[in-house]
Design a protein. Sequence first.
Length: 79
Amino acid sequence: ANTNFEVEKVKVLKYRSEHGGEIASKKWLTQFIGYSKGELKYKKDISAISGATISANSMTIAVNTFLKNIQILKENKVL
């Protein structure tokens, strides 16, 4: 996140499945850039990936969780 607590970059370090490798593509991951609230919806805000439904949905949940945690830290004046 940047100083405005918006997502600047998302990266998949390892993807081990034979299907759905698109989840690690820079093009797909750019969908998360600019978000600062943890309310992204898979298939609505984030494009679905055939063969990687669980992984793509999990990535969306992970980014939402990160953003919610950042919000909690801001509210508690930790950040």
